[in-house]
Design a protein around this ligand. Structure first.
Ligand SMILES: [Fe+2]
Ligand SMILES: [Fe+2]
Length: 379
């Protein structure tokens, strides 16, 4: 390649470089000194190594970022009743092949019909009481997705390494998609959407306010365990098939802490500190009355809220144990405590209640979803 190089004064270049070197030393050593009082460089980035602090962490990138991209699904394809336009040209061409060649006006017409048809399907399949129950149950995780989006965006700045940051970036993207797609799905039922109940409010706010790696516990263990259980329970219902894809995404998110800690283990203090253990327990226990809040709605859908609760708490405890988060009590103690609390409540409120082992129930219904969970919980 031939460039017409411009004449330049080499002395000036040398002097400019020397000035910059001095300034660079002043700026960086100033930041190093300020870091002693927590006011140093903000970015956890090593520009000398062209790498984030923590290294490349390629295994983490392959397991989460690459896999998420491979499995990335588009709402336009899988939730054709929604008004999303997120397919690229090739995907649109495939869709059009499936739909026959349509011009823009025709396509808009089909989209409108699809939305109307979808609403008709919901009206055909469900009574108004059932529709409201589904909306109430889905809204729980609808609000949860908003917090998942917020928390994962913050966690992105807490993790070390290029691989872990790319993994969290995909989670942020997926939570954004979950929030907006689920919102449209819920709105398609044309029923009032309830606010968060107090138990969920406290759980999600405390998760968002958690510090450092404790965010992983609140988010990727407790809230993701909740999401996984809820999507696994609902995805077989007519009109809710898209939740299968949510379930698959959440299964990846539950695996994030264990994969991250295998490269950047928690310190003994982080794992075993009594304060942290109590905090974790105090995050989970006050959330238990949530199952009384959705008891009526789940009953409308033929599910005992405490079967769902037992199934979910068991899975959350398994995830916590796998990632190395100690929770003040052992797993058998927690099983006994939660099972006892559930049965006490039922004894007081359900005439003729017979003691049940709620902690061994499993409310995940879809076959594929069961297979996905076997993989997570067998590990
Ligand atoms: Fe999500
Ligand atoms: Fe998630």
């Amino acid at each position: 390649m031939k460039f017409n190089a411009l004449p330049i004064n080499p002395k000036v270049t040398r002097r400019n470089r020397r000035i910059e070197e001095v300034l660079d030393r002043i700026v960086r050593s100033g930041d190093r000194a300020k870091s002693l009082i927590g006011r140093g460089r903000k970015a956890p980035y090593d520009d000398h190594a062209y790498e984030f602090i923590g290294g490349p962490s390629e295994r983490m990138r392959r397991r989460h970022y690459d896999k998420s991209l491979r499995l990335l699904w588009k709402a336009e394809t899988h939730a054709s009743w929604s008004d999303f336009k997120d397919c690229n040209k090739e995907e649109l061409a495939l869709l059009e092949l499936a739909n026959g060649a349509l011009d823009t006006a025709e396509r808009e017409q089909v989209d409108r019909m699809q939305t109307a048809e979808f609403k008709q399907l919901l009206d055909r399949e469900y009574t108004p009481e059932q529709k409201q129950a589904i909306v109430n149950v889905l809204a729980l995780i609808g609000h949860g997705e908003a917090y998942a989006w917020l928390v994962s965006a913050e966690l992105l700045n807490e993790v070390k390494s290029t691989g872990a940051r790319s993994a969290l970036t995909m989670q942020v993207l997926e939570e954004a998609k979950h929030f907006v797609v689920l919102r449209q799905l819920i709105q398609a039922f044309d029923m009032p959407v309830p606010r968060m109940c107090a138990y969920e409010y406290v759980l999600l706010e405390r998760t968002f306010k958690s510090k450092g790696m404790e965010k992983f516990f609140g988010m990727n263990i407790v809230v993701e365990g909740f999401a996984l259980s809820l999507f696994g329970m609902m995805s077989h219902l007519p009109g809710l098939e898209v939740l299968r894809l949510f379930h698959l995404d959440e299964s990846r998110h539950t695996a994030l802490p264990v994969n991250y800690f295998s490269e950047f283990p928690m310190s003994r203090w982080q794992r075993y500190s009594p304060a942290a253990q109590l905090r974790r327990l105090s995050l989970v226990l006050p959330a238990l009355p949530l199952f009384t809040w959705i008891e009526h709605d789940l009953a409308v859908l033929g599910v005992d809220s405490f079967d769902f609760g037992g199934s979910m708490v068991r899975k959350i405890l398994l995830l916590a144990d796998g990632a190395g988060f100690k929770v003040a009590l052992t797993q058998p103690q927690l099983h006994r405590l939660v099972g006892w609390l559930f049965n006490q409540y039922c004894q007081k409120t359900r005439p003729g209640h017979v003691w049940r082992d709620y902690m061994s129930s499993d409310t995940t219904r879809g076959e594929e979803e069961q297979k996905v969970e076997v993989e997570i919980f067998a590990a």
